[in-house]
Design a protein around this ligand. Structure first.
Ligand code: PFF
Ligand code: NA
Length: 446
């Protein structure tokens, strides 16, 4: 299989695709509830440190491999390993990524389905004048209804796989480019409104004054997993995108801005959500429902709240759509590499992921007490293990491959910064990122 000649139509198109992959549920849904469950500021601090020292350098490593290989992740890894005289078994790292994105997409689709439900309910005006307690009850009633959840999950899978099958995600990236600034603006307005609430001061103190005594191994593990998740790193999903990166572009410059934007979106969302939490006396450790029981309350205080809540969920849906397309890409590319047509490959992936997603749907009703590992039901399991373990392990192997195994001139060319930039990146990955992941993983597994 020869290298692909396909390229993103412009440098900008590549950056848009990576932004589309990065900004999604991880920022607006997962970041606040993980911060809440892990005690606030200590988690946030670690997460930012991990984004800088791990997420960003490994993101560069991952895209660099795809760009140098110019094939599907498995084939790029195999080809570059051969070129370096290393073991061809490196290609299985691509398959490990496929397994990771499979499980992540299975719950990602279910939770994106919650946004569809909330979009419809907001447009219906269901939240208008609803008391804060009723907002929580409304969410619980929805979770207890597997039929409605399945409907939304199915719809979201269809949306995702139809774009993936047609290979027209470029159009969606452009639409996203047009509309995402509105999502950021809405978050800024919400955060601005948050400053006027009673809970704002408490929320800021809780988010930004780290209590180092609160640092534990599990907080570290969660923060590291989240840093990878939010940047879409560690599953070879961005590697697949790197294969189409134009030749004349500096990789660090292209992705640095994406990481800054990604963290900014998470912070705005956290400020908005925790101000509501502390104003209303809600529990920060509420869990995965946190966003869905706080944002309707916040929007209700704004003029035209129901309408803006609807717009918000519509935009969130667009953001998650481009992320789920990225999650599907390594699976579809791998099946295509095995000789399947793109449409068929997308259908197979869609059906399989959808079916496993049903286990997450039922985790809120009939299967709530079915424990798969320890006391975790299926949803608990797929929202933690693939993110907190598989992504860092995948990221570690990606980093080792790019910084130790790949021939230096190939890697340097793919980074696109010249020798000095290459040396700094390589040193950072070799002596900071790699030891850091190993350290956190090892102490976590103890
Ligand atoms: N980065 C996405 C988000 O923050 O919602 C999620 C994600 C996409 C994770 C792609 C992993 C991945 F490979
Ligand atoms: Na993200």
């Amino acid at each position: 299989m020869n290298e692909t000649l396909e390229r993103w139509s412009s440098r900008r198109a590549f950056i848009l695709a990576v932004t589309g992959a990065a900004v999604g549920l991880g920022n607006i849904w997962r970041f606040p509830y993980m911060t809440g469950e892990n005690g606030g500021a200590a988690f946030l601090l670690l997460y930012v440190v991990f984004v800088v020292l791990l997420g960003l350098p490994v993101m560069i490593a991952e895209i660099l491999i795809g760009r140098a290989g110019r094939r599907s992740p498995m084939r790029s890894l195999g080809h570059l390993a051969r070129q370096a005289g290393a073991s061809p078994h490196w290609r299985w790292l691509g398959l490990f990524g496929v397994i990771t994105v499979f499980f992540i997409l299975s719950f990602y689709s279910v939770v994106s389905g919650w946004s569809i439900e909330y979009l419809v309910e907001s447009v219906n005006g269901d939240f208008a004048g609803m008391a804060p307690q009723a907002v929580g009850a409304n969410f619980n009633a929805f979770l207890a209804d597997p039929l409605r959840m399945t409907f939304n999950h199915t719809l979201f899978m269809l949306l995702t796989m139809s774009v993936v099958a047609a290979g027209i995600s470029g159009g969606l990236e452009k639409l996203n480019n047009l509309l995402m600034p509105l999502l950021y603006l809405l978050l800024i307005v919400l955060a601005g409104y948050a400053t006027t609430t009673d809970g704002f001061g408490t929320a800021m103190a809780w988010l930004f004054t780290p209590d180092l005594a609160a640092l534990s191994v599990s907080v570290m593990l969660n923060a590291m997993g989240h840093a990878f998740f939010t940047l879409a790193v560690g599953a070879c999903a961005l590697m697949a995108y790197g294969a189409y990166m134009p030749d004349d572009q500096s990789l660090p410059r292209a992705v640095g801005a994406v990481a800054v934007l990604d963290v900014a979106v998470a912070l705005l969302s956290g400020i908005a959500i925790f101000s509501v939490v502390f104003s209303q006396g809600l529990d920060p450790g509420e869990g995965p429902g946190l966003m869905f029981v706080t944002l309707p309350i916040a929007f209700a205080e704004l003029p035209g709240g129901s309408l803006w809540l609807g717009v918000f969920f519509l935009l969130l849906l667009l953001a998650t759509w481009t992320s789920s397309i990225n999650l599907a890409e390594p699976m579809v590319a791998t099946l295509q590499g095995w000789g399947l047509k793109r449409g068929r490959a997308a259908a197979c992936v869609g059906v399989a992921v959808w079916a496993v997603g049903l286990l997450s749907v039922f985790s809120f009703s009939s299967m709530a007490e079915v424990h798969w590992l320890g006391d975790m039901n299926f949803f608990d399991l797929v929202t933690t293990v693939p993110t907190d373990l598989f992504l860092p392990i995948g990221g570690l192997l990606i980093a080792i491959f790019a910084a130790w195994v790949m021939p230096r001139d190939t890697a340097e060319l793919a980074l696109g910064t010249g020798p000095a930039g290459f040396r700094s990146w390589q040193r950072l990955v070799r002596f900071v990122s790699i030891p850091l992941v190993v350290g956190v993983l090892v102490s976590g597994i103890w």
